[in-house]
Design a protein around this ligand. Sequence first.
Ligand code: ACO
Length: 325
Amino acid sequence: MRAKITGTGSYLPPHVLTNHDIEQMVDTTDEWIVERTGIKERRVADPHTYTSDLAVEAGKRALKAAGLKPKDIDIIIVATVTGDMPLPSTACFVQAKLKAKKAAAFDINAACSGFTFGLSIANAYICSGMAKRVLLIGSEELSRITDWEDRATCVLLGDGAGAVVVEASDDDTGIWSVDIFSDGTIWDLLNVPAGGSANPASEETVKSGQHYLKMKGNETFKIAVRTLEQVVVDTLKKNNLQSSQIALLVPHQANKRIIEATAKRLNMSMDRVVLNLHKYGNTSAASIPIALDEAVKQGRIRKGDFIMLESFGGGLTWASALIKW
Ligand code: ACO
């Protein structure tokens, strides 16, 4: 049995923060940000809109696209590193707000790879017969863990949510493979040091900004390029496909240069790659489902097309998925 995506949806909070706005906050320029990352603007949620609220909007849209109601869902998975609270899970808030009474709900944390990791879980639930319908959502408010005085990270991050419904397929369309990987030995390249058991919240952790995301950008960049080039080639090989057979690459939107390197390795021209980071920046677990939803809405994916998803993020974690649409 195969699992397939039967509906997509996304939601971006309306407030736009441009590179020119950030020029007023830290020592940077629009030229530097565009040249090094490809990002021009990002969205920032207002203080009364939580990660679960973005998730609910994206989830409703995915359900509508799949022709389902909240009561039809068996499992809700939210991939996030910026949940509403450490406890309960953001997925439980989503379940309550959607009134999806039947659904069991839980979060997963695989940073920017969260959506692809979540897809492997949804795939396993469907293929094992343990669930009939899974709502998988990537939702983030990275603005809440951004140090707006750190020019090396604040230019990169944004808020948003994307969602998919996963159900059983009755033909050869659906998820052909989804592969997930981790290397916890280099966790320190990307982390939020305080707020957990290792470094609980205190006056000192707040004063020293330890609740903000820290990243060794350049080292992360080099590993991301190397790792993603390998993972996409391995995915093709595993599925006995050539890169010419891939209609669309839907990558995690962290940095345009990383995406271009992966596309080059696959000999794919950029018109076969979904790129929206100029509008939204890096929205971590939300970036792939937002990009996927935009591609679907723009008619860039047709039935029978092969599409490849790939992601890389904190953990470190990385992943790929091959889908016949
Ligand atoms: N404006 C101007 N100058 C800047 C800025 C800025 N916003 N940020 C850094 N600089 C400076 C640095 O201080 C440095 O100056 P120096 O040479 O005088 O020391 C110089 O620019 C070069 O800095 P690098 O960090 O080497 O720049 P790089 O070309 O690597 O680009 C970037 C930085 C964009 C962060 C890149 O490294 C990157 O995208 N890294 C990977 C991000 C990623 O994929 N993360 C994983 C997913 S994220 C997640 O899981 C949440």
